[in-house]
Design a protein around this ligand. Structure first.
Ligand code: HPA
Length: 235
């Protein structure tokens, strides 16, 4: 048990897939894993451990934002000896250069947040993916014939904001889209010497207000889930 995860030691796999939403973790466990066991449900943040094509894997939710993914990823890395966390989430595109359903493999997470500075003394505002999970995802994507794009991503503390302009830091680092967790995950992994990657599906185009409808969402996210699951076979 850790402060926020009630699984016993040994009940969490070395590789964890981490969607934001607990119900998405449940969906992956029910649709893709064999012999999945619910190993923690503290605060309704579900963690399931099972096997995918014979490989033990845990899928558990991060919640939203740096504080939440910061807590869960830290406890997984330090209390459960997790080696690799792959976040699978959605993002909003800043321009029509990206399309709905595009899949992104995150090179660097860029943020104005002080999370990394105050947690670990990491002063950079662009933190790369950690370890070789990114490369394994890129290889797997090619094998599956997916057109995954490698990009920098803006990790923001803010979902709703007054100013509709693309934030300066996103322009500076050439970030075509925004989400709210990758920077916190990469900061923790960097500090702890662990592996971390983030795969995102474009769920909305901010300037045109297009978004993936509820009934399209399941299939759209399945492609990303399958990419993440197949990538774990390379660990
Ligand atoms: N902003 C931040 N996070 C997001 C968005 C967004 O527009 N869409 C999906 N995740």
């Amino acid at each position: 048990m850790s402060v926020h995860i009630s699984a016993q030691k040994g009940q969490i796999a070395k590789t964890v897939l981490m969607p934001g939403d607990p119900l998405r973790a449940k969906y992956i466990a029910e649709n893709y894993l064999s012999d999945a066991i619910l190993v923690s449900q503290t605060r309704n943040i579900f963690f399931y451990t099972g096997t995918y094509k014979g490989r033990e894997i845990t899928v558990g939710a991060s919640g939203m934002g740096f504080p939440s993914i910061g807590i869960y990823s830290y406890e997984l890395y330090t209390e459960y000896e997790v080696d690799t966390i792959i976040r699978i989430g959605t993002c909003g595109a800043y321009s029509t250069e990206l399309n709905l359903f595009d899949i992104l493999n995150v090179e660097k997470a860029v943020s104005e947040s002080t999370y990394a500075k105050f947690a670990w003394g990491i002063d950079e505002d662009a933190i790369p993916h950690q370890g070789d999970a990114f490369d394994k995802i890129a290889d797997t994507s090619e094998t599956l014939g997916l057109k995954t794009k490698a990009v920098n991503i803006h990790s923001s503390d803010i979902f709703y904001r007054l100013d509709p302009a693309v934030p300066a830091i996103a322009e500076q680092y050439n970030c075509p889209a925004v989400e709210m967790e990758a920077f916190g995950l990469f900061a923790n992994a960097k500090h702890l010497g662990k592996n971390a990657a983030t795969i995102l599906t474009v769920s909305d185009i901010i300037p045109t207000k297009e978004f993936i409808s509820a009934d399209q969402r399941e299939q759209a996210l399945r492609t990303m889930m399958e990419l993440a699951l197949e990538s774990t076979l390379k660990f």
